[in-house]
Design a protein around this ligand. Structure first.
Ligand code: DLL
Length: 432
């Protein structure tokens, strides 16, 4: 029942009422329990009573990753350590780790959100689910695990690291669902293909996230494995997986707005953008106790729609992510997202979504080489075939990103596979 709460749905007015009450409570909590927030609010001339509902959200200051780093490790916690029952952290490539703490109630809300997302994908207690996100400080493994367990499914805590074991158990146990990054699932599909055992698996659903992936990649995974694949989004600062997930219509990810209040802002002016326009996603957690965050700037770029979905849910939908503002490359002045390359490659036949972008600067000019894995047959064909494919890929990519790139075709499985978040860019300009 609770997991379908979202489908049975409150009206938008009822939801706004609930969100307002929860926001007021959260603001009160951080003002009284977190010195950092109290000071920030005082600097903005705000008292908790000034926030009467969600219509006042724009009075509140933003929170960024730097705020988490400045208060490392526990400075933004709003509950005493005795009430914190779990810690997760994301390492990030620069600076200190960002640390998040959960109370028992936070873990309940988290597992409920993941259970809702999995229910939306079709998973039930009759399923056997392999959780192949990394377990540990990363929120993927334990987050998906707790949600699937709450749902009553049979959880197999695979983690990452041993793909052969995973495929063997997938077959032996008759696993019907899997939760992992989309790039890892693609690799799992390759291993199953190598083993010639795709027809032996009973997989029906995949719940994939933790990295940007395109709609074409989702469809390609569905075709390869004869399954239904769903996009799950989340970030450790806000909770972990299960902040939003797509339904069977795949027209955006439903945000669990009864726990996370979304806004989309222009990252330059910090003003809200109109519904449907792309901007930076900002979240205020409205039920968290351990580390509630006010207007947290995710750096993820998306747009939002409040239209009722064909599935009947009234929860707002955010569009599939183009990437993070951090992932955007500026090459010869042109803004490029790796996901644009992935989408272009998946439009073509003979190519695979395995690619690596190598950006460099030679004589003060940015250069871009894209290594693309192509099907085996091209390497046995005449050299002319290879040249013509190189040209074709070059053209398609130039149209997609508005920039010419040197295309290097590489043999199948020659680019490194990832079991966690995939790496598609080597920016040598940053290395000097
Ligand atoms: O990646 C939590 C997660 C685990 C989500 C498993 C889904 C599944 P972090 O390591 O803190 O947490 O990274 C969060 O990953 O800000 C996005 O940039 C990116 N991200 C997560 N899910 C998606 C998605 C987890 N479905 C960061 N599509 C976020 C695109 C995603 N990007």
């Amino acid at each position: 029942m609770i997991w379908n709460e979202a489908r049975e749905c409150m009206s938008r007015d009822e939801l706004a009422h609930l969100q307002s009450a929860r926001l007021v409570k959260t603001v009160d909590r951080v003002y009284h329990n977190v010195e950092y927030y109290r000071k920030k609010m005082q600097q903005a001339g705000l008292e908790p009573g000034d926030i009467k509902g969600i219509e006042d959200i724009d009075k509140l200051p933003y929170t960024t990753k730097n705020d988490l780093r400045d208060t490392y490790p526990f400075g933004l916690f709003a509950a005493p350590q005795s009430e914190i029952v779990r810690i997760h952290a994301s390492s990030g490539t620069t600076g200190k780790a960002t640390v998040v703490g959960y109370t028992r109630k936070d873990l309940e809300v988290w597992s409920e959100c993941v259970a809702r997302a999995m229910t939306m994908a079709g998973v039930t207690r009759n399923d056997i689910i392999q959780v192949a996100y990394g377990y540990g400080l990363f929120t993927g493994g334990l987050g998906a695990h707790d949600g699937a367990q709450k749902l009553g499914a049979t959880v197999v805590p695979m983690s990452t690291g041993n793909t052969k074991k995973l495929t063997t158990m997938m077959k032996d146990f008759g696993a019907t669902a899997i939760a992992c990054t989309p790039s890892y699932l693609l690799h799992i599909a390759e291993v199953l293909e190598e083993e010639g055992s795709i027809d032996e698996i009973k997989l029906k659903y995949a719940i994939c996230g933790a990295e940007p992936w395109t709609e074409n990649m989702r469809k390609s995974i569905e075709e390869k494995l004869h399954i239904k694949a769903f996009d799950i989004y989340g970030l450790s600062e806000i909770m972990g997986p299960g902040v939003a997930c797509d339904c069977e219509y795949h027209k955006g990810l439903h945000v669990y707005e009864d726990h996370f209040l979304p806004e989309i802002i222009d990252p330059e002016t910090l003003k809200p953008v109109a519904e449907g326009e792309t901007g930076e996603l900002v979240f205020t957690t409205i039920t968290k106790e351990g580390i509630p965050l006010i207007r947290y700037r995710t750096k993820d770029l998306t747009s939002i729609s409040y239209d009722k979905c064909e599935c009947g849910r009234t929860l707002a939908r955010i569009s599939r992510f183009k990437g993070r503002s951090d992932d955007m490359l500026i090459i010869r002045g042109v803004n490029v997202f790796p996901s644009q390359v992935e989408a272009a490659l998946l439009e073509m036949s003979g190519t695979t979504p395995h690619y690596m972008m190598i950006v460099d600067r030679v004589n003060n000019l940015d250069t871009l080489e894209i290594q693309v894995e192509v099907e085996e047959r091209f390497f046995s064909d005449e050299i002319r075939e290879l040249e013509s494919l190189t040209k074709k890929i070059g053209h398609v990519i130039q149209t997609a990103i508005g920039l010419s790139a040197k295309i290097k075709l590489v043999e199948p499985k020659s680019l490194e596979r990832s079991m966690g978040k995939a790496v598609h860019v080597i920016d040598k300009r940053k290395l000097v």
